[in-house]
Every structure is written in structure tokens, then in C-alpha cells.
Design a protein around this ligand. Structure first.
Ligand code: AMP
Length: 289
């Protein structure tokens, strides 16, 4: 297995990607902030598969960039976990061809940078309300990575459900002509959704964190048994989180695409939750049956 080629300079990356596309290669991309785990790798395996579906030699791309513009002033930007060597080993395992890893935020946001992508309704509510400016930062960096990489297909995890809807809306509204693929949440054996941020948790917080996936799973079971009241479903999950000593940020039942709160939980409605375990904020979501 050969290690991916690591490219630091976005202009060089752009030139290489354009040449590859012009040469008829099918390009698939997975944007990440690094500290890769099985969730990221599942996206990269699917990117490899989809890139290789083309006629020419496929090109599987990953980007590793801790994007400052999607962090609020009091968030965890400075302590966000990083491990580029480990990430490159993992990218090798899943046969990523090239990795864009800008060595400084200035590579992406040079002096004088002033252009932002603002997605409307789906950016509001849920994480959009709790993290002002977050989705503006996400949409902007993803738009930029798309322009730099000219991919045919881009893969994102359903773990960040609202983010996935924001990107779908942006790609649709701005005619990017890129296929956006949402991939299922990869979980730890006990059910906790994998996240780079679980690295922050103490063993005690890690145990308590299980209340997040458990609470959502319980709501799924109650919905399967006929409970249709969103408030009742959410209240159960809130109770479980609070009993575990987590601080609830939100628990809501929403329409899966518009993200508007629903009056009645229907099959396909989505239950999204965010909660704090000590100083760590975790998110998760499930489809209601
Ligand atoms: P991040 O590095 O956290 O920005 O995540 C990069 C991509 O990986 C995003 O599309 C995430 O939704 C996705 N991702 C993160 N964790 C998981 C997971 N547990 N299962 C599936 N996808 C994930």
C-alpha cells in the first residue's frame, strides 16, 4: 500500500485536481478536520469505491483542515485534537490518493479574505442557534474546497445531520453539480457515535456520554411502539441525559430536510440532540421509525 501524497498548497492542489479531471479521472472527496476515526474511514472507503466507478483511474481525495471560521470565540479551536502522522497512516489503509493538509489557516484565508457563504433556513435552529456563525464557516470552507478540488462526488457523515442539509442546500442553490452522499453514523461498540471530540472525555464522562445515544435509541423504540408526540419523545431523552449528569443543549424532533420542528413524529422524522459532558459538547441523531 502506498501512502497518499500530501499537498500543502491549495493552488498546487487545484492545478493537480483540474488536470486529473480534464484527463477523465473521476474524483471523490472527503473533507475532514483530521484526528481520523472509523467514521471518517467509512467515508473514505466509499469515496474510493465511487471514484473507481468511473471509466478512467479514480482519484480519492481527503482534506485535513481544522477550519477556524467554524469555531466560535469560546470554542475548542486551540485544543482541537491533531495527529497528522496517524491520519496519513489511516488514509493509506483506505487508499486515499492525495491529502490536502494546508500547513496554516492563511493558506485558506489569506490576508484580505472577505467572502462568505451563508445558507438560509436550514442553518438556523439546533446547532445553528447554539453556535452562531458555525454553518457560515462550514459552508464557506466546503465551497472553497469544492472549487479547489473539482470533485464529481463528495461524502459527508449523517452524524452531522444539520451540516449535511446545509451542504445539500448550498450545492443545490449554487449549482455546484456535485453529487453529495450522506453516509450512516459509525458508532462505538456500545453505541456512542464516533467523534474526534470523544478524545476530550474523562473515563467518567465517557460512561455518562452513553446517555446521548441511549436516549435517542429509546426514543426510536418508543416511536416504533406508537408514540407520536415529539415533546414526549424529546422529554424521555432529556431525562436520560440529565440523570447521567449531562447538560442538555437541545433535543428536538424535526423534518429530516427542512429541519423544522414537527407537530407529530412521522416515519423518517429525525431526532437530533446535543449535550455537554463537562467541557465537551457532543451531538447525535437518529431516524424515527
Ligand atoms: P469532522 O472531521 O468532524 O469535520 O468530520 C468530517 C466528516 O466525517 C463529516 O462529514 C462528518 O459528518 C463525518 N463523520 C464524523 N464522525 C462520523 C461518524 N461517527 N460516522 C460517520 N461519519 C462521521
Amino acid at each position: 500500500m502506498s501512502a497518499p501524497e500530501i499537498i500543502r498548497d491549495p493552488s498546487e492542489w487545484q492545478r493537480r485536481c483540474r488536470e486529473a479531471r480534464d484527463a477523465g479521472r473521476r474524483i471523490a472527496i472527503v473533507p475532514t478536520m483530521g484526528f481520523l476515526h472509523e467514521g471518517h474511514l467509512s467515508l473514505m472507503r466509499e469515496a474510493r469505491r465511487r471514484a473507481d466507478e468511473g471509466a478512467g483511474q479514480g482519484l480519492s481525495l481527503a482534506t485535513i483542515f481544522v477550519n477556524p471560521s467554524q469555531f466560535g470565540p469560546n470554542e475548542d479551536l486551540s485544543r482541537y485534537p491533531r495527529d497528522l502522522d496517524g491520519d496519513l497512516r489511516r488514509c493509506t489503509e483506505v487508499r486515499v490518493d492525495w491529502v490536502l493538509a494546508p500547513d496554516s489557516p492563511w493558506r485558506i484565508y489569506p490576508a484580505g479574505y472577505q467572502t462568505w457563504v451563508e445558507v438560509g433556513e436550514v442553518s438556523r435552529g439546533l446547532c445553528g442557534d447554539r453556535r452562531p456563525g458555525h454553518f457560515r464557516g462550514v459552508a464557506t470552507v466546503v465551497a472553497k474546497l469544492f472549487h479547489l478540488s473539482s470533485p464529481h462526488v463528495a461524502l459527508f457523515g449523517e452524524k452531522d445531520w444539520q451540516q449535511l442539509q446545509v451542504i445539500r442546500a448550498m450545492v443545490r442553490d449554487l449549482d455546484f453539480g456535485i453529487e453529495v452522499v450522506g453516509m450512516p453514523i459509525v458508532r462505538e461498540p456500545d453505541g456512542l457515535a464516533m467523534s474526534s471530540r470523544t478524545a476530550y472525555l474523562s473515563p467518567e464522562e465517557r460512561r455518562r456520554a452513553l446517555s446521548l445515544s441511549r436516549g435517542l435509541q429509546e426514543a426510536q423504540e418508543r416511536a416504533a411502539a406508537g408514540e407520536r408526540d415529539p415533546a414526549a419523545l424529546a422529554a424521555g431523552a432529556v431525562r436520560r441525559l440529565e440523570e447521567a449528569g449531562a447538560r442538555v443543549d437541545y433535543v428536538e424532533v424535526v423534518h429530516p430536510e427542512t429541519l423544522r420542528p414537527v407537530e407529530r413524529a412521522e416515519p423518517g422524522s429525525r431526532m437530533l440532540a446535543a449535550a455537554w459532558l463537562g467541557g465537551t459538547r457532543l451531538i447525535d441523531n437518529v431516524r424515527l421509525p
